[in-house]
Design a protein around this ligand. Structure first.
Ligand code: G6P
Length: 612
């Protein structure tokens, strides 16, 4: 939700900031703006729309300077228009601020400031913060740094911010609470951003700001402090671990298609060095120190949002089946406000591509406070969840930019398969079976390649169904979470209404919707659910629904019942969930393209949801 970028150095800041904003655009793309600081004051320019709309109107004869900041917005308070776009100025026009997060008590602060005669121009919560800083500056001894600290102590909510002040034109302050901030350092130059992607062009040396910390940059360097402590902190730099190529689109028309294609390698990358083929087991370095506690857990909670929650459902099914541990699957947004039965005998697994989802972080904190051991399954190295958990497993899928998650999902599911195999082996799964399962995971690459090479036949199905207003996705067992994920992909990027359902539940409601206009996607792996799924297909066919079947083995009966068949051969049917989601990603992709949708930046969505 919102991307922020700042530059402090000797180069012309505008092109640098615009490029940085493009890298962060996946975080929000309804409006964008820039602020430049110089001896003559602060100049800002902002525009509703995408970063390229801002770029078109930027006048670099006005916007000049070597210190500046930029913002790309996902609106929370106030509609996305030029006025509500960031940066925001205080009443005097001397303070400028960009913000990612939500100021929850903005209304009471606004009323207070209005009573003091301060006039507001926007509907945003962010303007309240910059006005408060300005107010506290004039009320409390005119110290820029103190005013920022004091204001941040008064606000409730979340923020990643950068603040500039015209009267101190050699300073930049950035602070975080609940929203991520990374600082790139390169001999006298500083880059601040919501994530490392705008920084990697310039330096690989970064410092991740921790919760409730701020950094002040000036001519003599930078100082990091906690908001509640005067002591200066000494933070060593870390190295960014991805390359520029990984965050560029290359020859692909969309990031999403690039990322779907990358799965041929990313799934294997996730498992690289972790599978023990001769033992039929797994080595997961990131949880090694806590294995005993995890193995003796009374119960496991898996918490996540969106696509990651769907991966969590696969994890629940696998862990219960192979490890014999009861697993509760929880939407993070629900878990955080319920009274779950969690204590020191529980383990909580937070699954998150970004590692920054506000609800997931809050659920994790709650479980930690209740005594649970916390484990993260994250893609972004150094993200908040990866740092705040007791242990974890990185998915190593590389940066995912397309808003609709694809390769991160298959990587999460791969990790969960490895976890299930690990705990399965501890809990009675014999070595021969373990070896067979581990081998099927290790051999997955060519099977992924085979699916991706069939993209034309999936595109043909998309062409035939592009007029449909609704889709149904049905599956049983492991097919159910994949049905949910297939439906989510479709609605996210094509805006076609789609529902995922357990196939057997169809007769309790959704069957009423079926007619010749309704495409129904069935997940039909050859496992213990196969015959039952075939019966459900019969029921749809009897009502003239359009059947699209995804299966790992085509049978005569399936051929007869299905209007379209997508064959997904598997080395072993247990990994059907990892493979069968890929054609559903491609189907959603082709439908969205055919309908002229903005695949990488679908309306109203954002990739990293740092507000609750
Ligand atoms: C947003 C994204 C989804 C993602 C979800 C959870 O809704 O658009 O693709 O699944 O957030 O994100 P996380 O980073 O925690 O996996």
């Amino acid at each position: 939700m919102c991307g922020i970028v700042g530059y402090y150095g000797t180069k012309d800041a505008v092109p640098l900031l615009l490029k940085g904003l493009k890298r962060l655009e996946y975080r929000g793309y309804d409006s964008a703006g820039l602020a430049l600081l110089s001896d003559t004051g602060i100049e800002i320019m902002k525009k509703a729309g995408k970063v390229m709309d801002l770029e078109r109107v930027v006048d670099d004869s006005v916007l000049k300077g070597t210190i500046g900041m930029g913002h790309t917005r996902w609106a929370t308070h106030g509609e996305p228009n030029d006025t509500n776009a960031h940066p925001h100025l205080d009443q005097t026009g001397k303070f400028a601020l960009i913000h990612n997060g939500i100021i929850e008590n903005y209304s009471s602060i606004k009323t207070y400031l209005e009573q003091k005669g301060i006039q507001f121009r926007t509907e945003t919560d962010t303007e309240v913060l910059v006005q408060l800083i300005s107010f506290l500056y004039s009320e409390n001894g005119k110290s820029f740094e103190k005013a920022v600290r004091k204001a941040l102590k008064q606000v409730v909510g979340t923020y990643g911010i950068i603040v500039l002040f015209a009267d101190e034109p050699q300073k930049m302050i950035a602070a975080r609470h609940g929203s991520p901030l990374v600082m790139g350092v390169n001999s006298g130059e500083y880059f601040i951003a919501s994530d490392a992607s705008p920084i990697v062009d310039h330096t690989r040396e970064v410092v991740y700001l921790e919760e409730n910390e701020y950094v002040l940059i000036n001519e003599s360097g930078h100082r990091i402090k906690r908001l509640d402590d005067e002591k200066e902190l000494n933070r060593p730099t870390s190295r960014i671990d991805f390359s520029i190529e990984e965050i560029e689109k290359g020859n692909y028309p969309h990031y999403m298609l690039k990322e779907i294609n990358e799965q041929e390698h990313t799934i294997t990358d996730t498992m690289r060095g972790r599978l023990r083929l001769d033992e039929g087991s797994v080595h997961l370095g990131g949880i090694q120190e806590h294995l005993l506690r995890i193995e003796s857990a009374r119960d496991i909670y898996i918490t996540a949002c969106g696509t990651s929650w769907h991966a969590g459902m696969i994890g629940k099914y696998l862990l219960e089946e192979y490890a014999g541990i009861p697993v509760h699957l929880e939407y993070a947004s629900e878990f955080r406000y319920r009274n779950p039965i969690v204590d020191g005998k529980s383990v909580i697994i937070a699954i998150s591509q970004s590692g920054e989802t506000a609800d997931t972080i809050a659920a994790l904190k709650k479980a930690k406070d209740m005594g649970a051991l916390t484990m993260g399954i994250c893609n972004v190295v150094g993200s908040t969840i990866s740092r705040e958990t007791d242990c974890g497993i990185y998915t190593h899928a590389g940066p995912e930019i397309g808003v609709a998650s694809t390769k991160a999902f298959t990587a999460q599911v791969s990790v969960l398969f490895m976890l299930a195999l690990h705990f399965g082996r501890k809990n009675g799964l014999n070595k021969a079976k373990g070896v067979q399962l581990a081998k099927s995971l290790a051999e997955i690459g060519p099977f992924v390649k085979n699916i991706i090479s069939n993209t034309e036949s999936i595109e043909a199905i998309a062409k035939d169904t592009v007029e449909a207003d609704n889709f149904l996705y049905l599956g049983r067992g492991m097919g159910f979470p994949i049905a949910l994920e297939g439906a989510l992909k479709l609605k996210e990027i094509s805006y076609i209404h789609a529902e995922g359902y357990p196939a057997a539940e169809m007769k309790h409601g959704p069957i009423a919707l079926i007619d010749e206009k309704m495409p129904v996607v069935f997940l039909a792996p050859h496992d213990k659910t196969f015959e039952k799924v075939v019966s459900n297909i019969q029921e749809v066919k009897a009502r003239r629904g359009k059947v699209i079947t995804v299966t790992n083995k085509v049978t005569k009966e399936l051929e007869k019942l299905s209007d379209y068949i997508i064959e997904v051969p598997t080395p072993h049917s247990w990994i059907f969930p990892i493979l069968s989601v890929i054609p559903l990603q491609l189907l959603a992709y082709h439908l969205a393209v055919l309908r002229g949708c903005d695949v990488d930046m679908p309306r109203n969505l954002a990739k990293s949801v740092t507000v609750e």
